[in-house]
Design a protein around this ligand. Structure first.
Ligand code: SF4
Length: 368
């Protein structure tokens, strides 16, 4: 059995470790590229959301490398994600790829259900499965901690691109190490290295939050390196969703007490007080939170035709007005390009800088 899974940001690091620790032979799909997207686009229904198309491309490319089994998350709620695995399996069957699909559904009561399910996959003891989950989870959190630091350093680095080079190297090191101590050592070493990249010059830094649909927020190939571009423009970024918060909420049944989506859901309530699927409610609530935390702007990003984010988008103008924060919405699909995105980002960042300068002038005049 050769197991594969779809890409989503840094997810390949913890998932590969988890599956290998369970004793499985893992095939990582090649990084998502235009070929991946064009394979998915060719075989998926035209109006399905973009993450499914890229998943499909990942699976076909992994099958070309010998994978015969897919591990895929399931889902519940009013959004298409719950159907992804079944639809993908049918399309792959029709194309002649006879791959087995293992669906990891969210546990009903406790994350220990996941441990038992994983143990059964490879007929290993629950203890071994638990230790694999713990190591995978640690790597997931460490990758997020490092990425959060990178989001700050990018806007302040002496040599443009150096934080990303360190980050990519860090992921390779994280993939390689196999004990909890070594994982924590990598974290310490990389965070220190990132600190050393910061320039002393006093460039004015703005803070922009990225909210929206999870896959688009986490996957740089799909969001056209949105955060990297913002960083180079002098914007520190923060996301409403990180991989660890998604895994904790979706796969581990909220077992860990980490920065998650609970507060965002509460803050969404005057504007949107029920679930609309995906992370639509979190998008609204996180925007409120970021406005109250003094962020300078919010960018909502989502795949075209994403229902939950369309609902959120309709509400965000009111949030923008009441909470006094600029918001820009970006939809991506297979026609989107990096150049178009860059133009919009430059205009948004420029507008924020100008409004900050104007408000300073205004304060100075008022002070006189
Ligand atoms: S959240 Fe949006 S993009 Fe993601 S599966 Fe649901 S509808 Fe599709």
């Amino acid at each position: 059995m050769k197991v594969t899974f779809p890409h989503m940001g840094t997810m390949w690091v913890p998932v590969k470790t988890l599956l290998e620790e369970l004793g499985m032979d893992v095939v990582i799909p090649p990084p998502s590229t235009k070929r991946t997207l064009s394979l998915g686009t060719r075989f998926a229904p035209e109006f399905i959301c973009m993450p499914l198309k890229i998943n499909l491309g990942n699976f076909i490319e992994a099958a070309e490398k010998g994978a015969d089994t897919i591990v895929m998350a399931g889902g519940v709620g009013p959004c298409r994600f719950g159907y992804y695995s079944r639809l993908e399996k049918e399309i792959l069957d029709d194309l002649g790829y006879s791959m087995e699909m293992i669906i990891i559904e969210p546990p009903e009561k406790h994350f220990i259900e996941l441990v038992h399910k994983l143990g059964k996959l490879k007929k290993c003891s629950p203890l071994k499965a638990l230790s694999a989950v713990r190591l995978g989870w640690l790597k997931c959190c460490v990758a997020d901690n490092i990425e959060k630091k990178v989001e700050k350093v990018r806007a302040r680095e002496k040599n443009p691109g150096s934080a990303d080079t360190v980050f990519n190297r860090a992921l390779e090191k994280l993939d390689y190490v196999r004990t909890r101590k070594d994982v924590l050592d990598v974290q310490k070493e990389v965070l220190e290295e990132l600190d050393s990249l910061v320039s002393e010059t006093s460039r004015q830094i703005i803070r922009i939050a990225v909210v929206g649909e999870i896959y688009t927020v986490l996957e740089p190939f799909v969001n056209h390196n949105l955060e990297r571009h913002l960083g180079r423009m002098g914007a520190e970024t923060h996301r409403s969703l990180y991989l660890s918060s998604w895994v904790n909420d979706h796969i581990l049944n909220g077992f860990f007490d980490i920065e998650g989506t609970e507060e965002a859901c509460k803050l969404a309530s005057p504007y949107l007080n029920h679930m609309v699927g995906g992370h639509g409610r979190e998008t609204v609530g996180s925007t409120v939170l970021y406005a109250r935390q003094g962020f300078d702007g919010v960018i909502q990003i989502a795949p075209l035709t994403c229902g939950p984010e369309i609902v959120a988008e309709a509400i965000l103008p009111e949030v923008s007005q009441r909470e006094r924060i600029p918001i820009m919405t970006i939809y991506v699909d297979e026609q989107s390009g990096e150049a178009g995105l860059l133009t919009r980002l430059e205009a948004f960042v420029d507008m924020i800088y100008r409004s900050k300068q104007n408000s300073k002038k205004l304060t100075a005049v008022k002070g006189l």
